[in-house]
Structure formats: C-alpha cells, structure tokens
Ligand binder design. Structure first.
Ligand SMILES: *Cc1c(COP(=O)(O)O)cnc(C)c1O
Length: 422
C-alpha cells in the first residue's frame, strides 16, 4: 500500500489533532535512515525527537526485547515485581549526576515523569508552588500543559489549567541582550521572591537546554546560580533532561556540563532505544518521603521497556555515544557555521553535542522568520533529509541525529541541508 493510500485511510481513522512531519509512511529504519513503504529513504536528523540515540532496532535492544517478550510481557510491578525494573533504577541512580543516595521510579512518558517529579517535590516539601521558565516545554497532560509555555499548538482551548505554576524569564542570550548567567538568574529569582515567596515554592523545574522551546542554551552560570538559590531556600531543583539526556549533549546528562547536581531528574526519550519508558531519579530522602502506594501506574516500568533500556544503556557505554555526540557536534557545528557565514537569515548557531540548531530571522533584525524556517525544512524533506523545527516563534531548525549515524550519512545529510539554504 502506498503512502498516499495510507494517508487517505488515516484521514478517516486517525484524529486530526495528531499531526505528522512528513506524509510518508515508514516501512523500516536503521541507525541513520528511515525508509518508507515505497522505498524512499530519508537521512534521519530527528531520531523520533531525540529518542533513538542508539539508532532504530539497535541489535542489543532487539535481542533483549525478543528474549523478554518470550519470558513475560506484563505483570505490573505494583502487583508482582521483577528484576529488570530494579536494574534500570540501579543504573539511573549510578549514571545521573550527584554522588549521593538516590532512588528512582519508572513511568510511561515524559509528561508522566514530570507530573510525578512535581508530586514528589510537593509531598516532600509540603509547599504548593512550582517555578517554570519562558519557552519551557514539559508535556501535554493537564499539569504539564500548565508547565509548558507555548499556547499553539500545545495549550490552545485545552484549559483550564492546574494552578500554582509561576513562570519567570529564561536566560536566552540571543534575545536578552546577552545578559550574563548570574544576572539572568538574579532576575528570575527576584521575581519568585517578590511574587511567590521562596518558602511557598516546592520546586524549580528547568530544561538545562530547552528542547521544543528552541534549543535555548542558557548563559554560563545561569543553572549553577539557580541551583545555589534552590539549595539555600529548600526548593527542590528538578532538571527536565527528557530531551537532553542519555549522551545527547556529549555527556550522559546536560547538567554535567556545568557540574550542576539536580535534586530530581526527569528522564524519558533516549532511555530505551525507542521503547516507551520514563523515570524520575533523585535524592533518596525526597523520593522516599512519599508513602507506600503513592507512586506508580499500571504500565510504568513495563518489563519489555526495561529490557530495552538496559540494552540501550549498555550500547551507550559500549559505543561511547557521549563521544559520538561530541564528534557530531564538531562536524555539524563547522558546517552550520559555514552556512551561517553566507546566509544572513541565520541569527545564531547553537546547542551542544548532537543537539544543534539554527535560529532564523529577517536579515539584520531579530524578527523571527517562521515561514523561511518552514521552507528550508520542507526543502530538506523533499531532498531526503528529515529535519524538525521548534521554538516559541517557530523559527528554529533543529538537528537531532541518532548518535550512531555513520560519517557518510551525516555528511550526506549536511550536504542536503546546505543545498536547502540555497
Ligand atoms: C518530550 C518532552 C517532554 C514530554 O515527554 P512525552 O514523552 O512526550 O510525554 C517533557 N519534557 C521535555 C524536555 C521534552 O522534550
């Protein structure tokens, strides 16, 4: 069946609210490419939104999942527990930043992990408020819509939203006049202290590099200053590393770049080679504050997803995918700066590791140009490169290749991108 025929079927079966970036339907995918039902191939600069860091159908993941499917598919960890859930938690406790006693709990999606991190922080502190940032993205459930900044398409007409969420300015060097990190943090902190009161704040929730909001990298010193304030005021510092985690930014987690140790970390996307799994990992005294039975969910830490996660993490170690991300940064970064040097629409090349982006504006201004961004992205799709856009203004073209992409695939993808800019 052709993609066109599948699209017709879809339009009478699948809810319109669920969109897709390309109109082609996937037949199979590998470490760096996606092939549709008609045999057309795309070089993958999306990785299913930073999920397939180890590639699609990574050999170890396939083997582990196959073996698990044959043993058992589901018992519910809250009913009859199993080893792989415990093993994933042990791995996350060891891998995440901070040399202190930790505990983890497993869930199904990033949004669910964020919801649970907020539940845990509120329960442990007995405080109601949550501080979030401009351009933040934390998910699409009711609480996480409230935590997310952007109205269209995430929140529009989906309210009313959960209360006690307070939004403060992010450090966004391109758009805040290059404010240094400590000054930008002081600006956010002052707002919280004057408008909310630190003693009412359960948690400060932040993406160390923003994902959907535009791959915004805060100025150096911003995260450490917020971390310091949270420590001084008893606020739980939650790092949402759902997009940045698992080697994506050239380290296991993006917080490590500035030596920041979160109290709680939310994880999903890259965790399990494409299987649906999410986690909250953090300080034992916070995690264990919650009464028995207070956390959980029917599918959370499903054994097949846990098998996938253990195999994916092993693959990340074995292939040193953090180093691979740094290699991608060096090759792709050079190429993006070359393009930016000749194209005045590119206001900035930014990001870290294999999480890079260009912000596109009207030349000579900071006025966002979402139309040009969409046009370049569409030209990439037509020429066989899968790219994504993001950003509050829809004017950021982002690149998230699988970390196992071959040098040849990476080079071919960058050639297509180069040509798409004209
Ligand atoms: C994708 C994402 C989420 C939501 O994850 P889902 O699995 O889609 O619910 C939350 N936070 C960040 C930073 C994300 O990138």
């Amino acid at each position: 069946m052709s993609s066109e025929e599948l699209h017709k079927r879809r339009s009478t079966a699948v809810a319109r609210g669920v969109g897709s970036v390309i109109p082609a339907y996937v037949d199979h995918a590998s470490g760096g490419t996606i092939t549709d039902v008609e045999g057309r191939e795309w070089i993958d600069f999306a990785a299913g939104i930073a999920v397939t860091n180890v590639g699609n159908s990574a050999p170890k993941v396939v083997e582990a999942v196959r073996a698990q499917v044959e043993r058992f598919t589901h018992t519910c960890f809250m009913v009859a527990p199993y080893e792989s859930y415990v093993a994933v938690c042990e791995q996350l406790n060891a891998l995440t930043p901070g040399d202190f006693e930790k505990r983890s709990a497993l869930f199904n999606s990033g949004a669910e992990a964020v919801e649970n991190a907020v539940k845990i922080a509120r329960h442990a502190t007995g405080r109601p408020a949550v501080v979030v940032f401009d351009h933040a993205y934390h998910g699409r459930t009711n609480l996480t819509m409230a935590l997310t900044a952007k109205n269209m398409p995430y929140k529009h007409r989906f309210g009313p939203f959960a209360g006690e969420i307070y939004r403060v300015p992010m450090s966004y060097p391109l758009r805040d006049g290059g404010l240094d990190g400590t000054t930008a943090a002081a600006r956010a902190i002052e707002l919280v202290e004057k408008q909310v009161g630190a003693e009412n704040v359960a948690a400060l929730l932040i993406e160390p590099i923003q994902g959907e909001g535009g791959f915004v990298v805060p100025a150096e010193g911003f995260l450490p200053a917020l971390r310091q304030w949270a420590t001084a005021t008893g606020v739980v510092f939650i790092a949402d590393e759902i997009q940045t985690g698992f080697c994506r930014t050239g380290d296991w987690f993006a917080c490590q770049h500035e030596g920041v140790e979160p109290d709680l970390i939310t994880l999903a996307k890259g965790i399990a080679g494409g299987l649906p799994l999410a986690a909250v990992t953090g300080r034992a005294e916070l995690m264990d504050a919650v009464h028995i039975g207070g956390l959980g969910g029917t599918y959370g830490g499903n054994p097949i997803a846990c098998a996938g996660a253990l195999a994916a993490i092993e693959t990340m170690h074995e292939l040193d995918l953090a180093a691979a991300a740094r290699r991608i940064e060096s090759v792709m970064g050079d190429r993006l700066r070359d393009i930016a040097a000749r194209d005045p629409r590119i206001a900035e090349v930014r990001g870290r590791g294999a999480m890079l982006a260009v912000e596109i504006v009207q030349p000579g201004t900071l006025t966002p140009d979402p139309a040009a961004t969409a046009a370049v992205s569409a030209a990439c799709h037509a020429a066989g490169l899968l790219t994504l856009t993001c950003g509050t203004y829809g004017n950021v073209l982002r690149f998230l290749p699988p970390l196992v992409i071959s040098d040849d695939e990476l080079a071919r993808g960058l050639d297509i991108l180069d040509a798409a800019f004209g």
